[in-house]
Design a protein. Structure first.
Length: 338
């Protein structure tokens, strides 16, 4: 079939419209981004990559001005800061704001919910895409979710060996959130709340006997100096946080800037897996170099059989708040994806 000149002209215009914006096309844009941890932490490495990649692809026109380690607001304040627009964007850990984000919260709080970080990533993105209640929750919080960040499998370091479930009896174990205490109670351990930043001192003083974190976080907190036994017990990975842009700010951005941020965030998914796994390997090596004895946990299957179904418990609690249908739909899809 031969095309006339008018058809060719129309095709050329259409092609031009769908081409990615050139670097010179982007307007000067600065997004103030608040973060709860340093940029060197494994859960923040891809956020740093995203900020640099956005600036690179726009030839410096679009910048994400990163405020690391609570320098733009404490972790407890970040949700309100980005929701109200005091910050343009932030790393939001949903389990810290469960009252505001009850349907997002389990993504970053339920132990043993994912077998690996690839599944954690798949679950988070699929649920956001398929579950209207999550989209509505983000909208009600005045947030646009760009991407999810990952955190490695949780293991454990202790002041004495933990090889079996029996070794948990009488152990004081650092706890957090609504669901890890259920796991620790099932194991016969005593949950103890210890805030980030206090891990080293708590272990050194004997406030806790064990702390459960990914290898890289255990290493970055230098716990190998005060706890000489590492257990391969595996509580699974979590979603660390999501990158959120204030919704009003997002809607005010030119379409080409929105497209840039969306594309870089999508490209970040593979990068996130690679950086997080690399950090895990480096953290484990640092622990070994610190003279820690690696203890093979022998009862992983028993542990997983002993712990109640935490996703079902979450759904039951949501049902008590009149949100059972939506929660059950999320749990059903979650279990299909893993």
């Amino acid at each position: 079939m031969r095309l006339n000149k008018a058809s060719l002209a129309a095709a050329a215009i259409t092609a031009a419209l769908i081409l990615p914006a050139q670097a010179s096309d982007y307007p000067e844009t600065n997004l103030r981004f608040g973060h709860s941890v340093p940029g060197t932490f494994s859960s923040a490495l891809t956020d740093d990559w995203v900020s640099k990649e956005v600036e690179k692809r726009s030839d410096g026109a679009v910048k994400m001005q990163m405020f690391w380690a609570g320098s733009a607001g404490s972790p407890a304040e970040l949700f309100d800061l980005v929701s109200t627009g005091a910050l343009d964007a932030a790393a939001v850990t949903p389990s810290w704001y469960a009252a505001n984000l009850p349907f997002f919260a389990p993504l970053s709080s339920v132990p043993l919910a994912y077998p690996d970080i690839e599944t954690a990533q798949k679950v988070a993105y699929t649920l956001l895409e398929e579950m209207p209640v999550l989209q509505e929750e983000a909208k009600n919080a005045n947030l646009h979710v760009l991407r999810f960040a990952l955190i490695n499998n949780y293991h454990m370091m202790c002041t004495s060996p933990v090889r079996t479930i029996e070794d948990f009896k009488g152990k004081k174990v650092r706890s957090q959130g609504d669901f890890l205490p259920i796991v620790l109670d099932a194991l016969g351990a005593t949950p103890v709340t210890v805030l980030p930043g206090e891990f080293y001192e708590a272990m050194q003083r004997g406030t806790v006997d064990c702390i459960s974190l990914p290898w890289d976080f255990l290493a970055s907190n230098r716990l190998y100096e005060v706890a000489k036994y590492a257990s391969t017990i595996n509580f699974g990975p979590l979603v660390a946080h999501f990158q959120a842009v204030n919704l009003d700010k997002w809607n005010s951005l030119p379409p080409e800037v929105q497209q840039l941020l969306t594309e870089v965030s999508k490209d970040a998914q593979a990068n996130d897996r690679e950086l997080v796994l690399s950090a895990e390997a480096k953290g484990l090596q640092a622990i070994k170099d610190g003279g820690v004895e690696m203890i093979e946990f022998e009862d992983q299957d028993k542990l997983e059989a002993l712990v109640p179904d935490l996703l079902n418990i979450w759904a039951e609690r949501m049902a008590e708040k009149g949100k059972g249908d939506e929660a059950n739909a999320i749990v059903a899809r979650w279990k299909e994806l893993r």
